[in-house]
Design a protein around this ligand. Sequence first.
Ligand code: ARG
Length: 456
Amino acid sequence: MKLWKGRFSKAATSSADEFNASIGFDQRLYKEDITGSMAHAEMLGRQGIITPEESALIIKTLGEILDDIEAGKVEFTIESEDIHMNIESILTERIGDVGKKLHTARSRNDQIAVDIRLYLKNETALLDASLKALTDALEKLAKEHTDTVMPGYTHLQRAQPVTLAYHLLAYYQMFSRDRERFADCLDRIDRLPLGSGALAGTTYDTDRDFLAEKLGFSQVLPNGMDAVADRDFAIEFINCCAITMMHLSRFCEELILWSSAEFGFIEIDDSFSTGSSIMPQKKNPDMAELIRGKTGRVYGDLMSLLTICKGLPLAYNKDLQEDKITVFDAADNLKASVDIFTEMILTMDVKKDSMEKAARYGYMNATDAADYLVSKGLPFRDCHEIIGKMVLYCINRGIALEDLTMDEFKSFSDKFDDDIYDKISIRSCISAKKSKGSTSFDSVAAQLAEIDGSKK
Ligand code: ARG
């Protein structure tokens, strides 16, 4: 039976009912909805809007309904449209007229707004725990690979040697910023819309501060029209998800490349790989590819919600019902992606020798050779040119810079001395970096120490 049937002389067609209903997806909010209703019922009782006995009966019965839902004993109906009216109908079935008093001084518009905010507060905490596990995993791996040398790339061309620890700590920083971004977003999620009514407030002497305290919100939204119409916080949340997915997708792309025969830097564990139905030899990095694919999907969620809200007149419009699909999808996919990614990197096999071998070829010590000449008093631009010529000379002979004889070195510049060989060795190239935040072994140790220190 429709709770709003009074004004209607005709029932909706079943296809209209089905089209209109959100219970198929918003039933996920049953707990938040009941939590919000319990606080509302308590407030109504305290304010004398309903009697203390009515308030207590509603709260007790809502608790029973919650238990029954969790025990799988409740069937929601499309007829009751959404989670709010499903629960209210069940309440009224159980306690009659008292149940009908719950919706006093409230609208579904402030009700859904509080439900999503409660859901997102919880979801943000869960995601933060997942992201923390990921940054912990990166820290652990970085500690294991402070001496693993690999090529650092720009334009996907070998550029300068770095350590794997340095590369991993770049991701540590990215995911740490993601955690900050979610925490910042939480500040705006954490504001109470309940008590705003449909859009204009209510005629009852309600206590929104009590509701905020009871439900654990740190602020009461100051304008009721904004409170029911606003989904900025949900857009921000999906934006945080999208950026985090983007970071995951960059790392996944690297893992996909690194696990190819062409790179051969890592092997993803069998438990996170799949085979081919036709090619018996194949071992595919499907998890990494799926995360990369899901990134597109989460971007879609962000674009969907932005577009749903675009041009919407104030205050509530039914378009907003679609918000939950985007929010749930983004949160679910991010959570699943982060969790699987963390396990995948913790179990992958790092082929240190291949990484280091790759770092030995490609003239990645050319900048260091130029810096050597700078240290002998030549201007950097001239050194750049001299080394460029030397690289070309070596390419034509298929040798590395360090393979040149001293005479050959001298033929390019008389500033070269025997110590050049040590200066352009791969580990020297790494340890010679002096700037703060560099790949040098000392700097990476300092970066790890700072991470350790920030936990205390
Ligand atoms: N199911 C609705 C939603 O998810 C709840 C709010 C409905 N309000 C309304 N006035 N029809 O947005």
